[in-house]
Design a protein around this ligand. Sequence first.
Ligand code: FES
Length: 102
Amino acid sequence: MKHQICIQDSGEHYACGEHKSLLLGMVALGKKGIPVGCRSGGCGVCKVQVLAGQVQTQVMSRAHVSAGEQAQGVVLACRASPRSDVTLSVIGQLRKRFKPPG
Ligand code: FES
């Protein structure tokens, strides 16, 4: 079953199957919006916050997603699959963009 994913920051929409991660579903359709890194939970650049909808997550490293963050819907997009239509906001990229120089 496919669900509609909406990336709030870019306004991008795409359909993602339940067997695919949010990240790979986006990549498979040639869409952009979520930063793509290792694709296996190791780098943390694909970090997003689920604003609406349900996702199923695999084990995520506490180095990238704290228990507190996870409680607020923060997930690694390469470790989360949709279980309903999902609206998300990119976190990893924003942190980088606003990081002070040096
Ligand atoms: S792409 Fe590296 S943690 Fe998701």
